[in-house]
Ligand binder design. Structure first.
Ligand SMILES: *[C@@H]1O[C@H](CO)[C@@H](O)[C@H](O)[C@H]1NC(C)=O
Ligand SMILES: *[C@@H]1O[C@H](CO)[C@@H](O)[C@H](O)[C@H]1NC(C)=O
Length: 365
């Protein structure tokens, strides 16, 4: 499988070796069998997708649907690995919904904005009335969802769809699982608190970002101390208030952490890498008018996760913009917990978060 060899291209060697080992190991495990769900691979406007369809039942009306975008730092995993195959199959089964899992292209084959374009193209293709009819999907009951880097793509796709005046069908919901939403501040309280947390330490997240936006690893240290968004960086100034965590986060998240704001940094970084401030890459930086157009939103966050505050700040901004938001925070969970629910890592946290997420979809979709 392609993703098992990516390690040769990336410099995150140690960390990725471990993750790839896990992904490949899971992949060899037998999937939980479920003859009922029909699984087919298709191509939506040039983008590969895997479609999970529950059986049609005689007189039944149209089905609900979820477009799912998997995580893995824009560089790892696949709709076809058992981790995501199982999750989507379980969702199709428990929600009696058609699930479309997007097989967007990954780093190093492509970088931003291609992952985003793939996710957007596949989603827009699916949202056409004739395609929805083909899959017996109710156009008024569609959710866009994803975890981690997939949550980033899901949020960015939702924002773009909300700006598209000609769209005949719009998503009813978005559901974001520990999403990564910004590269402006790598010193939010959750980044400070969890900088050495296994699974996703801060330097690894920064390197995923650098790979995604096609930057140079030499920048890692400047990003880490927020030199790219220092007060002398003119382009960053107007965005500062949009992720002001001292006003967006609750005291239980802020604790005693202090903002890290450099007065003098390096302006050339955002000039060379405009994606750092491009809302298609960093949906948390979107303006209020865009946020106000977003559908009802679910955000799942984990306490032991550098990305906790990305999700929590997005939830807070959407709420202030008038969007109904559910922030589902798990105190004892870590990044990635939802997909690690099968042996040998049968963490109850994984099952707990997955059930909570599916329950919200069931009640709201
Ligand atoms: C951030 O929020 C705090 C508290 O509401 C406020 O005092 C500060 O001026 C804000 N900073 C920016 C850049 O908006
Ligand atoms: C941050 O930027 C300042 C000003 O350009 C520079 O002097 C300093 O070396 C930078 N810090 C790092 C870690 O590169």
């Amino acid at each position: 499988m392609k993703e098992c060899h990516l390690i040769h291209y990336l410099r995150l060697s140690h960390h990725l070796i471990v993750l790839n080992y896990l992904i490949c190991t899971f992949d060899k495990l037998k999937s939980v069998s479920s003859e009922d769900i029909k699984i087919t691979d298709a191509v939506f406007d040039g983008v590969e997708v895997r479609v999970f369809e529950p059986p049609a039942k005689g007189d039944e009306s149209l089905k609900r649907s979820v477009v799912y975008i998997h995580g893995g730092g824009w560089a790892l995993a696949s709709a076809r690995t058992s981790l995501y195959n199982n999750l989507c199959r379980i969702m199709a089964e428990s929600l009696n919904a058609v699930v479309v899992s997007v097989e967007y292209r990954l780093v190093p084959e492509v970088c931003f904005p291609e992952q985003y374009h793939d996710a957007l193209r596949a989603t827009k293709h699916f949202l056409q009335p004739d395609v929805l009819a083909e899959y017996s999907v109710d156009p008024s009951r569609i959710a866009i969802s994803g975890d981690s880097a997939g949550g980033n793509l899901a949020a960015a796709v939702c924002q773009q769809l909300s700006k598209d005046e000609d769209l005949p069908v719009r998503p009813k919901l978005q559901a974001l699982i520990y999403p990564v939403l910004q590269a402006f501040d790598f010193n939010t309280p959750s980044y400070q608190q969890n900088m050495n947390m296994p699974v996703l330490p801060r330097y690894v997240m920064i390197n995923y970002w650098i790979d995604y936006i096609n930057g140079n690893y030499d920048l890692a240290h400047e990003l880490l101390i927020n030199n790219h968004t220092a007060l002398n960086v003119g382009q960053a100034l107007s965005f500062r208030a949009r992720l002001n965590w001292t006003s967006l986060l609750p005291p239980s998240f802020k604790k005693n952490y202090k903002p890290v704001v450099q007065s003098t940094g390096t302006e050339a970084i955002v000039e060379q890498l405009p994606a750092l401030l491009d809302v298609r890459a960093v949906p948390l930086l979107a303006d209020d008018a865009t946020l106000a157009r977003q559908p009802r939103t679910y955000v799942l966050t984990c306490e032991n996760d550098v990305l906790r505050d990305d999700g929590a700040m997005y939830a807070a901004r959407l709420e202030r913009a008038g969007v109904p938001v559910t922030l589902d925070h798990f105190h004892d969970c870590f990044h990635g917990c939802m997909i690690f629910t099968v042996w040998p890592t049968d963490f109850s946290a994984g099952v707990q978060t997955r059930n909570s997420y599916i329950k919200w979809l069931d009640e709201n979709l």
